[in-house]
Design a protein around this ligand. Structure first.
Ligand code: SF4
Length: 390
C-alpha cells in the first residue's frame, strides 16, 4: 500500500468560455498590448500581472487598485483561469504531484520536489509527446496537443496557490522550474517562451534565469531560435554516448545527431552574456542497455571538451516499459568513471516513487496509444519462440 496523502481536487473550476481571453498566460508584452486594446495605459499591465502572479488573485473584483469600470470591462472579455486539478498526491518524501485535466481531453502532471530551502517544479508543456523516446511513459501516449501558455504558467500558479506562497506573502515554495515534464518544450516554442518569460519577469515570479531550465531531447533549429531570445538554463536528454544507440533510444537523433546537438548547445551559450554557464546532460541509466563501463568511457570521450555537468538518472521501471533499473553497483561504477575523468556528475536520487512522480513516470498509467507495449510483447514472444526453437 502506498504511503501517500491523496486529495481529490483543490482547483477553481475551469470550463472555458471560448470568447474570453485568459490573462494568466499573457507575458508582459502581451498584457500591455491587451491593455492598450482595452483603451488603457500600458502600466495597467504591471498592475494586472502583480495581482495575478504576486498575489495569486483570480477575481477581478479583488483587484482593488483597478477602477470599477475597468473591472466590469475585464469581466466581459477576460478571465484568470487556472488549470483544473483532478487529483493531488503527496509522497512520503514530501514530493507533491498534481494531475491536471486538459480541456479537449487528456491529463498532464506537475511535480514539486522540495529540498531544504529549494523547491523544484517540473512543468509539462504538451499533452503526450510525438517524439516516442523508448524509455518514456509520456512517449507511450502519442501526441494529443500543445498546452497553451496559460496551461503552462498555470502549473506554477496552482503549485504556489496550494501552499499560499505567492511573492506577496514573502514565502517561497517554487525556487526552480524545470521544463522537463510531459512533452518536448521546443516543439511548443511560443507558448513555452511566453510562460518562461512570466517565470522570469519581476512582475511575474521573478525567478533567476539560472533557475529556470529548459530540457530538450534535441530539436536543433528550435534551440538555435531559443538562444536568440532567451537566457534560461539548458539541459539536454542525451541518454547514449553514440549515435547508433541514441537513434534507438531517442528517435529524434536520426534527424539531429549528437554532434549537431552538442554544436547547437555551444551556439546557445555563445549567445549568452554570462559565459560560465554549462549544459546539464541528462543520462537515464537503463540496465544492460547504456550502463556499461564501455558506455561510461565512451561518454567521457564524447564530452571531455564539452562544458557540462552530467545528471545520471537510474531508470524507474513502469508497466510495459521493457527496461530495467540498473544495479547500484552499475550506477556507482558509471559515476566513478566520469568522476575519475573530472567530469562533474551527480546521481539523481529517486523522489516521489510512491506516487509515480519519479522521472519518466509522469502519467504512469496511460493508454498505450503508440502500441509500443504490443510491439514489445510481440518482440519478446519472438525472442522466446527463437529460444524454444533454437
Ligand atoms: S523523453 Fe521527453 S521528448 Fe522523449 S518522448 Fe518523453 S516527453 Fe517526449
Amino acid at each position: 500500500m502506498l504511503d501517500i496523502e491523496s486529495h481529490p481536487t483543490t482547483s477553481v473550476s475551469t470550463e472555458t468560455p471560448p470568447d474570453k481571453i485568459n490573462l494568466l498566460g499573457l507575458s508582459r508584452e502581451k498584457m500591455e498590448a491587451f491593455c492598450i486594446a482595452q483603451g488603457e495605459k500600458p502600466f495597467r499591465a504591471q498592475q494586472l500581472l502583480k495581482w495575478i502572479h504576486h498575489n495569486g488573485v483570480a477575481d477581478f473584483d479583488a483587484m482593488t487598485n483597478i477602477s470599477k469600470n475597468l473591472r466590469a470591462q475585464l469581466k466581459e472579455c477576460a478571465e484568470v483561469r487556472p488549470p483544473e486539478v483532478v487529483s493531488e498526491q503527496t509522497s512520503k518524501d514530501g514530493t507533491r504531484k498534481w494531475a491536471i485535466k486538459i480541456p479537449g481531453g487528456g491529463l498532464v502532471e506537475t511535480v514539486l520536489i522540495p529540498d531544504g530551502e529549494r523547491g523544484t517544479l517540473c512543468v509539462s508543456s504538451q499533452v503526450g509527446c510525438s517524439l516516442d523516446c523508448t524509455f518514456c511513459s509520456t512517449g507511450k501516449q502519442g501526441f494529443q496537443r500543445d498546452l497553451t501558455a496559460s496551461e503552462i504558467i498555470g502549473q506554477v500558479w496552482l503549485a504556489i496557490k496550494s501552499y499560499d506562497a505567492f511573492p506577496s506573502n514573502n514565502k517561497k515554495i517554487v525556487t526552480n522550474v524545470v521544463m522537463m515534464g510531459m512533452g518536448e518544450p521546443l516543439l511548443n516554442f511560443d507558448n513555452v517562451v511566453d510562460a518562461m518569460n512570466i517565470m522570469l519577469d519581476d512582475f511575474g515570479y521573478g525567478i533567476s534565469k539560472r533557475r529556470v531550465t529548459l530540457s530538450t531531447s534535441g530539436v536543433v533549429p528550435a534551440l538555435d531560435r531559443l538562444g536568440d531570445i532567451s537566457q534560461v538554463s539548458l539541459a539536454i536528454s542525451l541518454h547514449a554516448p553514440n549515435d547508433e544507440l541514441r537513434n534507438q533510444l531517442v528517435p529524434i537523433n536520426r534527424r539531429y545527431p549528437i554532434a549537431d546537438l552538442l554544436a547547437a548547445c555551444r551556439r546557445y551559450w555563445e549567445k549568452q552574456s554570462d559565459t560560465h554557464r554549462v549544459t546539464t546532460v541528462e543520462y537515464i541509466l537503463l540496465a544492460g542497455v547504456n550502463d556499461s563501463t564501455e558506455h561510461a568511457r565512451e561518454l567521457v570521450h564524447l564530452l571531455k571538451d564539452f562544458p557540462c555537468k552530467i545528471n545520471l538518472i537510474p531508470f524507474n521501471p513502469f508497466p510495459s516499459s521493457g527496461y530495467e533499473r540498473p544495479s547500484k553497483n552499475a550506477v556507482s561504477r558509471f559515476w566513478q568513471i566520469l568522476s575519475d575523468s573530472h567530469i562533474v556528475s551527480t546521481i539523481r536520487s529517486t523522489r516521489g516513487d510512491d506516487i509515480d512522480a519519479a522521472c519518466g513516470q509522469l502519467v504512469g498509467l496511460v493508454e498505450d496509444r503508440t502500441k509500443r507495449s504490443q510491439r514489445h510483447r510481440a518482440k519478446s514472444s519472438q525472442v522466446q519462440a527463437l529460444e524454444i526453437t533454437g
